[in-house]
Design a binder for this molecule. Sequence first.
Ligand code: MN
Length: 211
Amino acid sequence: MSTDVSRQTYPFSLPPLPYAYEALEPHVDATTMRLHHDKHHQTYVTKLNEAVATEAALHSKTLADLLRDLDKLPEAIRAAVRNNGGGHLLHDVFWNCMSGQPAREPGGALAAAIRTAFGSFADFRKKFTDASAKHFASGWVTLAHDPHSGALEIVDLKDHETVIPRGMNHLLILDVWEHAYYVKYQNRRPEFIEAFWNVVNWEYAERRFGQ
Ligand code: MN
């Protein structure tokens, strides 16, 4: 399993993609992956480092620590850490929750938990698809897990919000910002969502669920 950026401390860094840029073709195209990872994600990392650079007291905090306690951050950098730190964490999960050789459905304990929470895998997929299609403007949809209660929940996130302040973890995540799909799909977000289901790395989601 690749390194989880939630445990990084300042200076934060962009890990390489866990597969080739063209690995998700034809569902997610190589041009989009290059722009999205090398330009968009790198910019979030760069701006996060700029925001935290002068705050030496924060240099020992992990990315998860910073995002969990946003309210305790100096007001001057709070929005920058929320936006760029959230962007760093969410994109890292997003890259890892896709694969060129995916299983069609989750297995093991996660499959059972999805049936308990949503009735069936098909019902879960429909609910996640609907939330992704209906999301207004920039943001994310995630399958989130509360490790204390065991609850699974589909959460709609604005901009680069995360579920970290709610004490939850991201298991599966979909970027519905236009930059995630516009090169190949233009305004046809529903086609991008359908394509996403062909590349979901369920083994990664299962590992996160087990942690
Ligand atoms: Mn993005």
